[in-house]
Every structure is written in structure tokens, then in C-alpha cells.
Ligand binder design. Structure first.
Ligand code: SF4
Ligand code: SF4
Length: 311
């Protein structure tokens, strides 16, 4: 009988190096697949599903036919008019065709990796953590949706003496949050919309579990930075800013607010995934709106308020 315990694996979207907006210092950020929320403005729609997904950017395609030769399912075909067609209904997302595309018209989002594989890549950046006060951030998608992998990865990083951040929407069970507290030095927790009805409308879920988890983190004296996206026509109103201030003033463990101005990168990715974007605002957030939100909040809270992307 084989008694070997299989290694813990997770669906990893990608690993980004030299990140400066995902916690203190220079960080390596591990993005995981899968998210229980469907924020209409999401800029990473390729992270929604837990399994791998295929992005196809027709504007890059040269109709060379290499993908058609590699796909055993017949999902790619060359058309009579010299074009190329990709039928997602036949695709099982094996990724074979992606390797054949030389112009990056095809891209695979997500692959299974072990904790050891991810840790080995993280450790290549170790020298930068030491000099900058940085470390590792596990993000998503939603990392609590792969709780066992996230816990194992953060714990492994801790054993290596690395500073750990968990960037989360906060929408998970209290049991999962409790498991992640001991292996996380700093939580980067999202607070998107104060009003619960609007939160359900724009994200698909209630904000109550998020508020309950914030209370739990306070109870455990966990360090928290509150991350607040600023989305045009969704949450750039003073009622929401008052809601942010109220949450921050009730939780003395929240030590900073990060305002995250909207950018429209998700729209093109939705199209490449064969999905229709639910929110089609094509402009970046007006920087003046973010500045006004910052000033408004600074008059109501005693913690620093920062605009992401501005040093
Ligand atoms: S991912 Fe696999 S099944 Fe899907 S189109 Fe490519 S080769 Fe075919
Ligand atoms: S391999 Fe790439 S460039 Fe060639 S037909 Fe397929 S998608 Fe188009």
C-alpha cells in the first residue's frame, strides 16, 4: 500500500516579482485562481474560475494553423476565407494549443503547482526582501477559496523567515479566517461597498461575512490594511466614504486605508475569455476623485490614507 501523502497543490494564476503595491517593501505576489465574488468591475476576470482558462486575442492571430494541428478536440479550425476560428464549446482547456502559438494570441490562465514549486520561485527574490523590508503576498482571485494551499504556502514562507501578507476579499468562513491568522503577518482586506444591498448587486454577495471577519481579525489583534476600490458610478460617494470611516474607527487593528482607483484592464480580458464585460467604463478613474476621497477620509479617520500607485 502506498502511504505517501500527495503534495498540496493549488491553481496558480501567476507569480509577479518586484511588486510595490501589495504590502510593505518589495514583494513577490502569488495570484491564485478562483473567487466567490463577481465584482462587475473586476480587472482580473481570468481569475474567477478555479480551473485553468484559455484567453484568445483574435487581433493578434496570424491564422497560421499551428493550434489546429495541436488540438485533439477540433476546437481550432482555419476558415475558408483564410481566417481562424476557436470553438470554446469543444475546448477542455488542456493548454496544448497555447504552446504552439508564436504570437501570444493564445494564453493559458492558471496551472496546478505544488507549495514547494511556488516557494522555490519566491525564494529567488529573497535578497530583495531583506533590503526593502518586503516579503510575500498571496492574492487572487480569492486565496481563501484555496484555503489549504494558502495556509500551507504562507506557513512554508514563515518557516523561511519571510514576511507574509494575505490579500483577501474577506468573504470566507470564520473557520478559514481563523486558520489563516497564525501564518499571516498583515492582512490586506477589501472593503468595496458599505451598503449591503448595493454590495450584493455589484459583487453578487452580501458584505456581512466580510464585516464579521473584520471583527474576528480585531478580536485576534491581527494587523489589517483596508483596501477600498474606487469605482466610477458605483462607490465614489460620501455615503460609502462614511461607511469606510465607520469601519476603520471601530477597528483599532486597521492601520491604513489604501484607495485603489479603477482601471479598465478587465474589459479586454473579458473579451479574450469569450465573456461579456459586466461593466464597460473605459476610462481610468479621474485622479481628482481619488484625491477628494483621500481628503474626505483623512478628516474622519486617524490612520494614514494612501492612493495605490502613488508613492
Ligand atoms: S486548450 Fe486543449 S482542448 Fe482547448 S483548444 Fe487548446 S488544445 Fe484544444
Ligand atoms: S497558433 Fe496562434 S496565430 Fe496561429 S492560428 Fe492559432 S491562435 Fe492564430
Amino acid at each position: 500500500m502506498n502511504t505517501q501523502v500527495p503534495p498540496i497543490t493549488g491553481h496558480v494564476l501567476n507569480i509577479q516579482h518586484f511588486c510595490v503595491d501589495d504590502g510593505p517593501g518589495i514583494r513577490t505576489t502569488v495570484f491564485l485562481k478562483g473567487c466567490p465574488l463577481r465584482c462587475v468591475w473586476c480587472h482580473n476576470p481570468e481569475s474567477h474560475e478555479a480551473a485553468a482558462e484559455i484567453l484568445y486575442r483574435a487581433e493578434r492571430c496570424r491564422a497560421c494553423g499551428r493550434c489546429a494541428a495541436l488540438c485533439e478536440r477540433g476546437a481550432h479550425t482555419l476558415t475558408a476565407d483564410g481566417g481562424h476560428s476557436y470553438d470554446r464549446t469543444k475546448c477542455i482547456r488542456c493548454g496544448s494549443c497555447v504552446k504552439g502559438c508564436r504570437v501570444e494570441a493564445l494564453e493559458q490562465a492558471g496551472e496546478r503547482q505544488t507549495v514547494e514549486e511556488v516557494l522555490a520561485e519566491i525564494l529567488t527574490d529573497r535578497v530583495f526582501y531583506a533590503t526593502s523590508g518586503g516579503g510575500v503576498t498571496v492574492s487572487g482571485g480569492e486565496p481563501t477559496a484555496q484555503a489549504a494551499f494558502t495556509e500551507a504556502l504562507l506557513t512554508a514562507c514563515r518557516h523561511e523567515g519571510l514576511h507574509t501578507c494575505l490579500e483577501s476579499c474577506g468573504w470566507c468562513s470564520a473557520e478559514i479566517m481563523r486558520r489563516l491568522i497564525p501564518c499571516t503577518d498583515l492582512f490586506l482586506l477589501d472593503f468595496k461597498i458599505s451598503d449591503d444591498i448595493r454590495h450584493r448587486h455589484y459583487t453578487g454577495v452580501s458584505n456581512r461575512p466580510i464585516l464579521e471577519n473584520l471583527a474576528l481579525l480585531k478580536e485576534h489583534h491581527a494587523r489589517v490594511i483596508l483596501r477600498c476600490p474606487l469605482i466610477p458610478d458605483v462607490n465614489t460617494d460620501t455615503a460609502h466614504y462614511d461607511g469606510i470611516a465607520s469601519v476603520v474607527n471601530k477597528h483599532e487593528n486597521i492601520e491604513q486605508i489604501d484607495l485603489e482607483p479603477y482601471h479598465p484592464m478587465g474589459i479586454g480580458k473579458s473579451a479574450a475569455l469569450g465573456k461579456e464585460a459586466a461593466y464597460t467604463h473605459t476610462e481610468f478613474l479621474d485622479p481628482a476623485v481619488a484625491e477628494r476621497a483621500k481628503e474626505y477620509l483623512e478628516r474622519r479617520v486617524s490612520v494614514p490614507v494612501r492612493i495605490s500607485g502613488k508613492q
